[in-house]
Every structure is written in structure tokens, then in C-alpha cells.
Write a protein that binds this ligand. Structure first.
Ligand code: FE
Ligand code: ZN
Ligand code: FE
Length: 194
């Protein structure tokens, strides 16, 4: 007979989120370094500080539940951060890179918003009101971080990047188009099974 309860699932999700936040603290300094816009860099740096405080807040949540502080590897965040890294390795012009950094960062924020949204709802459903309140504070911060990124993108970065997207006026049509990506490996057709 299965015995796992919503409380067990809640603790699992807290551990997953704790680990996700830790992964983010490693990724944000690299994103700040890769940013050209001073406002974008500042946004990443300030969200790094905020993220450190969110980790401490999660520690308070564990304490409020009499649980040991423990992380459990978050595969979802690892994947999102990996995709962000591939973007950073591309040969984009400065503003395009800023737009791409924002795109990856917003994926991170939305993943966190989904996680904290669930955590708040579950904490409320089980009457863990201290935990719910702490988790709500972080949810609000993630939403503001996401909004800040939208306002940077829409407040100039996207438009500036778009400005150099179609360089019709340049006389470089003779140039061979640069290969966009690493050469694609030729995939062997999968063996068919019958
Ligand atoms: Fe966070
Ligand atoms: Zn996860
Ligand atoms: Fe965040």
C-alpha cells in the first residue's frame, strides 16, 4: 500500500527548489559577466543577492517544519541552465547576447515561479502558514525579477538588437554565409526493430 503523502511530496519539492536556487547562484555571475548592458548586469547581480537570501529563506522553511536542510538535484534547472550556456557560447553581437541572456533568465524565473506557486499552495492547503508566508515572499521576488527582465528587454535591448538584425545596407553579400552552429553530426539512422 502506497503511503507517501502530500507532505512528503512538499518536502521533496522544497529540496528540489533548494538545489535549483543553488544552481542559480552559480549561473548568475556568468550571466552578469556576459552582459553588456550595465542595467542588465546590475539586474543579474542584484538577483544573485536576492537568490542568496532566498536560499536562507528556504532554510527557515525547513526549520519551520522541523526538517533537516537538504537539497535534491533539480534536473529541470540543470537543463535550463545548460541551454543558457549554449546561448552564451554562440557568437552573437553584444545586444543580441543581452537579449539571449534575458531569454534564458526568464526561463529560469518562470520555472521558479511554477515551483514556488505550487509550494505556497501546498503549504496553505496543509496549514503550514509560516512556510506559506516565507515561500510567498520568494514567489513575489521571482515575479518582480521576471518583470524587471521584461522591462529591460522591451525598454530598449530588443529594439537595439533588432537594429542590426538585417544589415541590408552593408555590401557584404559576397561573403559566404558563416556556418551558424557547430557542424552537425551525421546521425546514423536508428536500427529498426521488428
Ligand atoms: Fe530564486
Ligand atoms: Zn526541479
Ligand atoms: Fe529567481
Amino acid at each position: 500500500m502506497a503511503e507517501g503523502t502530500l507532505h512528503d511530496a512538499f518536502i521533496d519539492e522544497l529540496r528540489d527548489t533548494y538545489d535549483a536556487e543553488k544552481q542559480i547562484t552559480k549561473a548568475l555571475p556568468k550571466m552578469a559577466k556576459a552582459a553588456s548592458s550595465p542595467e542588465l548586469r546590475a539586474a543579474f547581480e542584484s538577483h544573485l543577492e536576492e537568490t542568496r537570501a532566498q536560499i536562507q529563506r528556504l532554510e527557515e522553511v525547513f526549520a519551520s517544519l522541523d526538517e533537516k536542510v537538504r537539497g535534491k538535484h533539480c534536473d529541470g534547472m540543470e537543463g535550463i541552465i545548460e541551454e543558457g550556456k549554449s546561448g552564451m557560447e554562440e557568437d552573437f553581437d553584444d545586444t543580441t547576447m543581452d537579449a539571449v541572456l534575458i531569454a534564458s533568465a526568464q526561463r529560469v524565473e518562470h520555472y521558479e515561479m511554477a515551483a514556488y506557486g505550487t509550494l505556497v499552495a501546498w503549504a496553505q492547503a496543509m496549514g503550514h502558514s509560516d512556510a506559506a508566508e516565507l515561500l510567498q515572499q520568494t514567489l513575489d521576488e521571482e515575479k518582480s525579477a521576471d518583470e524587471k527582465l521584461s522591462s529591460l528587454a522591451e525598454g530598449g535591448i530588443n529594439q537595439e538588437a533588432a537594429g542590426s538584425a538585417h544589415p541590408d545596407d552593408e555590401d557584404d553579400e559576397e561573403e559566404a554565409p558563416a556556418p551558424k552552429k557547430k557542424a552537425m553530426a551525421v546521425k546514423k539512422p536508428a536500427a529498426r526493430r521488428r
